[in-house]
Design a protein around this ligand. Structure first.
Ligand code: UD1
Length: 412
């Protein structure tokens, strides 16, 4: 896969033996839950809980790997994301089987959304009696599922453990810290994540597996290549001649003054280079309040709905620069060798900052100049192509499933 850099050397090669497992944590918890669930009927091996866009991507290769083994799996959708373009399309493109249960939690304040998922998931866990609950990432769904599993004494496994931005104003930072601390199996994507877990005393449960998003990217690369040309044609864009924009963090879009300044900066960029802005539902709602297109000038400024996984990656791969506040897209652009500007003060993926591949800018006033500088810098593009990928070799899912399988054997 020539477009995606790989390095396997640093990742877990030989899996730990069972003596290295957190035995007491796994068996102690499971013993209690089995007793409490006398009424429970079917015992499923694993229950994976997903709900928001990035989780479909992170778990797809894990689900695929589980399906190829003799492990009974129940997939639960929390319903946090429900628009077809935020949910169904990912199941189709990544060939994830339809979830057995949809909790239909929908939107709401953080407390309301998290609590609704917890209330509905508790009943589902009791009915399905899983041996391990698997969660991924850092959304409200992740936290709700981790707390619910842990409170029922079901061992919780966390995919993408150990990420830290050290910014507690981000809901995701709260979610990931609490999730790590109530999980007993922590699958870390990078060495930095392992170090963060060690610093919090969680090293006993932590395994360096690599990042499952690299596995997903590899899975779709051949299809992606076959769709690039059509997609560029559809949006009337030329390869390496446009800026791709996605923004959805509350810190950027909930403050309408800030959003207006961001919008002005993007319009300035559009005077020199075409801009394609893929608008998340949260952002769409906020933009509608400030009449975004009013006074739009420049070569081109296109607003479009969020795209599917493959389309989004293809548009990113061909962009001259990405402007985002997403965690996952910072990493994907690094792997695809596309320069990135992140509209945030910090990042949970510090590895992407090496060699100037990703830059943090928090002031909209500085944005347009920097975007144009980065987008037009051919040397930067060449330089970042040679950077080593610290996120894994595309085999994280197989390591994770082997660890889960060993844990299940121990729980039998
Ligand atoms: C969530 C995650 C974030 C992740 C992002 C990816 C949390 C705290 N945040 O943020 O980490 O990066 O997903 O997209 O879990 N909405 C729709 N249709 C949908 C889904 C949401 O219209 O299918 C609207 C909701 O009404 C709500 C807004 O979008 O007003 C935000 O949705 P929500 O799931 O609360 O958070 P995200 O901003 O998507």
């Amino acid at each position: 896969m020539s477009d995606v850099a790989c390095s396997s050397g640093t990742f877990l090669k030989a899996l730990p033996t069972l003596t290295e497992y957190p035995h007491d944590l796994l068996s102690g918890r499971h013993g209690i839950v089995a007793k409490e669930k006398q009424g429970g009927h079917r015992m499923t091996d694993l229950m994976i809980v997903v709900g928001a866009r990035p989780q479909f991507i992170k778990t797809a290769p894990v689900i695929k790997e589980i399906s190829s083994r003799n492990i009974d799996l129940t997939v639960v959708h929390s319903g946090q994301h429900y628009d077809p373009e935020m949910s169904a399309i990912f199941f189709r493109e990544l060939r994830i089987p339809k979830p057995s249960v949809n909790l239909q939690s929908g939107s709401g304040s953080h407390a309301r959304q998290t609590a609704t998922i917890m209330r509905r998931l508790e009943a589902t866990i009791l009915a399905h009696n899983p041996k391990i609950v698997v969660v991924a990432g850092d959304t409200n769904t992740t936290l709700a599922a981790a707390i619910t599993g842990a409170k029922l004494n079901v061992p919780v496994a966390h995919i993408e453990a150990g990420l830290r931005s050290y910014d507690l104003s981000m809901p995701e930072e709260i979610n990931r810290r609490l999730t790590d601390h109530c999980s007993v199996l922590l699958f870390a994507p990078t060495k930095t994540a392992m170090r963060n877990l060690r610093n919090e005393g969680l090293q006993r449960m932590a395994y360096l597996t690599g990042d499952t998003m690299v596995d997903s990217l590899r899975m779709v690369m051949p299809v992606l290549r076959s769709r690039e040309a059509d997609l560029l044609k559809r949006f009337k864009l030329k390869s390496r001649d446009y800026v791709l924009v996605t923004l959805h963090r509350p810190s950027n879009v909930d403050d309408l003054d800030r959003l207006r300044r961001i919008q002005n900066a993007i319009k300035n960029v559009a005077m020199r280079l075409p801009v394609l802005f893929l608008v998340h539902p949260r952002t769409r709602e906020r933009l509608s309040r400030i009449k975004v297109l009013e006074g739009a000038t420049g070569r081109e400024f296109t607003l479009a709905s969020p795209q599917g996984y493959i389309e989004n990656l293809a548009l990113m791969k061909n962009a001259s620069c990405l402007l985002t506040d997403s965690g996952g897209m910072q990493k994907e652009s690094f792997i695809l060798h596309v320069p990135c500007i992140t509209l945030r003060a910090n990042t949970e993926w510090p590895e992407t900052l090496q060699g100037g591949a990703n830059r943090l800018i928090n002031r909209p006033g500085r944005m347009s100049r920097e975007i144009l500088r980065v987008a037009l810098d051919e040397q930067l593009r060449t330089r970042i192509t040679s950077l080593k990928n610290p996120f894994g070799d595309g085999r994280a899912s197989s390591r994770i499933v082997r660890l889960l399988e060993s844990s299940l054997q121990h729980l039998k």
